[in-house]
Write a protein that binds this ligand. Structure first.
Ligand code: PLP
Length: 363
């Protein structure tokens, strides 16, 4: 099905800038509940979102440490100062209380990350954003297909960003999208992703040019997603529900099989959230984490650790961050292991994985 969609797109008139782009954006809008611009990666999507809110050197954004560093990199590259707010002990999502404590007169945006697919506490963050007149951005690289109080991720924040990297909940190989219920912000994101080109005659600042004319008012980049990949994305979208069901089955299998281990903490889910689980993050005693990780890798189980708190990356060394200010992020990182979570896992794989953990338990 995916293969046929790609072959059809390769045989069509446009490899890029063709009809599949608009169609993928429309299909995405029906999934995420707000208009979308498709771009070439989740990183590009974040860069477009930060550009859309006009981040200037010296502006601050408040972010969680437990994320992939693209959340911060794309704002820092525009000159933002990155402010970290600790995560909640259970979901590893940004703590609304820590966010409010970190607000300053320079804050431009609160940036939430839906860790593992579980939406952040968006209503509490929305209240804080409105109280201080700052933007709310949601890095939803993990969470396309998740809902928060019955509303789809993508319709909740001022700008939401998605990634379609192969490990994520749906893929275009490389790809991403920005969604926004605010047409002005979305148009700014779109222009930034399309070289800043202005094509509407009504908007031209150079009058009476020929029919070939297009002009640039603000610099942009080429973050286009080719038609071939948009066709793949449309095909993937038709199966997103099926993927979500399978991810939920895997989540339930792990939760059930590992529920009796008192040294192992399972992921939690708020009762008003319906996650499209991207990761299955377990927490184990820090003293055993490396041993368990290596044991599982020796058994050919593709475990990972998500994530090194972003401020620990040497690129932040000039920030002089004190880890003691982020006890929950530090504790989470010290204990976390992500079990395999993808739709190709079969019951035999799941049994093998949970048996390996139970075997470790008996040592
Ligand atoms: C994957 C990811 C990104 C970046 O997406 P790419 O498509 O790989 O550029 C950004 N933020 C988070 C939280 C991610 O997991």
């Amino acid at each position: 099905m995916d293969v046929q969609a790609v072959v059809d797109a390769l045989n069509a008139d446009f490899l890029t800038t063709g009809p599949q782009v608009r169609l993928f954006e429309e299909d995405l809008e029906s999934e995420v509940g707000a208009p979308c611009v498709v771009v070439s990666s989740g990183t590009a999507a974040l860069h477009c979102a930060y550009s859309a809110i006009d981040i200037q050197p010296g502006d601050e954004i408040i972010t969680p440490p437990i994320t992939f560093v693209a959340t911060q990199a794309t704002a820092a590259i525009l000159g933002a100062r990155i402010v970290f707010a600790d995560v909640l002990r259970d979901t590893a999502n940004i703590s609304p209380d820590a966010v409010e404590a970190a607000i300053s007169s320079k804050t431009k945006a609160i940036v939430a990350v839906d860790f593992a697919g579980h939406p952040a506490d968006i209503f509490e963050l929305r209240r804080i954003a409105d109280k201080y007149g700052v933007f709310l951005i949601e890095d939803a690289a993990h969470s396309i297909g998740s809902t928060y109080r019955s509303r789809p991720v993508g319709s909740l924040a001022d700008l939401t960003t998605f990634s379609f990297f192969p490990t994520k909940n749906m893929t275009t190989g490389e790809g991403g999208a920005v969604s926004s219920p605010n047409p002005i912000l979305l148009e700014k994101a779109r222009k930034f992703a399309r070289q800043g080109l202005v094509r509407e005659p009504g908007e031209f600042l150079i009058p009476n040019s020929g029919p070939w004319h297009q002009e640039v008012h603000e610099f942009g980049l080429n973050y286009r997603l080719p038609d071939v990949l948009c066709a793949l994305g449309r095909s993937q979208l038709t199966r997103l529900k099926e993927f979500k069901t399978r991810r939920r089955e895997i989540f339930d299998f792990y939760s059930q099989a590992l529920s009796n281990l008192d040294w192992l903490e399972l992921p939690t889910e708020r009762d008003y959230v319906d996650s499209n689980w991207h990761l299955f993050p377990i927490q184990v005693p820090p003293a055993f984490r490396e041993q368990i990780f290596s044991w599982l890798r020796q058994n050919n189980i593709g475990v990972q650790v998500n994530y090194l708190p972003a401020y620990q990356h040497p690129v932040f060394s000039s920030y002089k961050i004190d880890k003691l200010d982020f006890p929950n992020s530090e504790a989470f990182y010290a204990k976390e292991i992500s079990l395999p979570m993808h739709t190709n896992l079969v019951e035999r794989d799941l049994e093998m994985i949970t048996d390996s953990i139970l075997k470790f338990n008996s040592f």
